[in-house]
Design a protein around this ligand. Structure first.
Ligand SMILES: NC(=O)C1=CN([C@@H]2O[C@H](COP(=O)(O)OP(=O)(O)OC[C@H]3O[C@@H](n4cnc5c(N)ncnc54)[C@H](OP(=O)(O)O)[C@@H]3O)[C@@H](O)[C@H]2O)C=CC1
Ligand SMILES: CC(=O)N[C@@H](CCC(=O)OP(=O)(O)O)C(=O)O
Length: 342
């Protein structure tokens, strides 16, 4: 299959290209960049790909649709909200790594992203692709979930789906490495500021809150809100979402353990580790989400520890998982990855 990729100069686009180059079902990849006016070899546009002379082409929606069978957008927020229309009109398959079509409400998008939304009809047509729970098979426009949202939703799913917790008690303390912020340097990601430091940011304003609440509500209508905090930590890749919830009366540690085993026992990319709490290095370099759970009967509180690689499970890896589902390829194709060691 011939695929297109827009956003090869960004972190998520680079990682996605590395996966697609190896993919047994991908015969060729057309690369596009919005700043180019003529073709340029990839190794000039992104020097890290130093022997790869694949032409990077100027972006045009007609060229993308004429020369490919589907396209990935690994572009900044605010890009696909303006570009999605011709693809949806043509029912041309898209996997979009940005947040632009994740929410289904124009006002919600504008409130959380502080940008103009895609048209309401486009939002309605997009499929929120949390790949371990909703298959992208036969979907046309897949909105790949956010990185924090993926770790948090996978951590909470068994408890919310099986109605084991007080839904007003969800508190999420999530931490990310600096690659989550993309390639453009900011004061907070400057080495001197990020190294040897922890920085809480976007308190109660993080743009992943609405997609998390939207998905939790789809599992359990009684969910109203969550308490959600994000911290920048001095590592390059990885997210740890630490989640605290109060259980309902009568729920004990054995019941909690059982629902995690039942939910994740057969899912190829989610590893339930019980009370052996996972750390970030176990998953960096993989498409896995590792989840450990500890219950405290004294406070009736469950602590969930959910870790992912933000650029793989949180972006490019989940995008390939959605691609595999969308085109009925083996779900694990090119995603049986091992962690970076040591
Ligand atoms: N980094 C992460 O861990 C995750 C990222 N995401 C999402 O994936 C997307 C990409 O993220 P990331 O790679 O980190 O971001 P980067 O900032 O590293 O890269 C952004 C990419 O978007 C391209 N771009 C910017 N403006 C336009 C435009 N107007 N038209 C076409 N392309 C454009 C850039 O091209 P150029 O360099 O030429 O301007 C670049 O290739 C974002 O929406 C992000 O929120 C989602 C989950 C995790
Ligand atoms: C560390 C860091 O800054 N992370 C980014 C993650 C954004 C992201 O990738 O998500 P969207 O696709 O929803 O924009 C943040 O917290 O905004």
């Amino acid at each position: 299959m011939q695929v297109g990729l827009v956003g090869i100069t960004g972190y998520a686009g680079m990682v996605l290209y590395q996966l697609l180059r190896q993919h047994s079902e991908v015969s060729g990849i057309n690369l596009y960049d919005h700043k180019l006016t003529r073709n340029q070899p990839l190794n000039e546009v992104v020097p890290s790909f130093f022997t790869d002379q694949t032409p990077v082409q100027p972006y045009s929606d007609q060229a993308v649709m004429a020369d490919n069978q589907m396209v990935f957008f690994a572009t900044s927020a605010g890009v696909t909200s303006k570009l999605s229309q011709p693809y949806l009109d043509a029912k041309f398959p898209v996997i979009d790594l940005s947040g632009d079509l994740r929410l289904n409400d124009v006002d919600e998008y504008q409130r959380w992203y502080h940008k103009d939304s895609a048209p309401a009809s486009d939002l309605q047509q997009a499929h929120y692709g949390l790949a371990d729970f909703e298959s992208a098979e036969d979907k046309t426009y897949v909105a790949n979930p956010g990185c924090y949202a993926t770790a948090t939703l996978l951590g909470l799913a068994p408890l919310v789906q099986q109605d084991l917790i007080d839904l007003d008690s969800i508190i999420v303390d999530a931490k990310s490495g600096t690659s989550g912020a993309g390639k453009h340097p900011a004061a907070s990601t400057h080495f001197t500021q990020a190294n040897d430091n922890l920085q809480i940011y976007k308190p109660n304003q993080h743009q992943h809150i609405p997609e998390i609440v939207m998905t939790l509500k789809s599992w359990n209508k009684q969910v109203k809100a969550i308490q959600f905090m994000t911290t920048l930590i001095p590592i390059t890749r990885g997210i740890m979402s630490t989640i605290y919830v109060k259980v309902k009366p009568g729920i004990d540690g054995a019941m909690i353990d059982q629902v995690y085993q039942d939910t994740y026992g057969h899912k190829p990319f989610v590893n339930y580790t019980g009370t052996q709490l996972p750390d970030i290095k176990q998953v960096v370099g993989t498409n896995n989400c590792n989840i450990g759970v500890v219950y405290n009967p004294v406070t009736q509180t469950v602590m969930v520890d959910s870790v992912i690689d933000n650029l793989l499970k949180g972006a490019a890896g989940q995008a390939v998982q959605n691609f595999n589902q969308m085109f009925k390829f083996e779900e694990t194709s090119e995603l049986e990855l091992t962690p970076f060691l040591p």
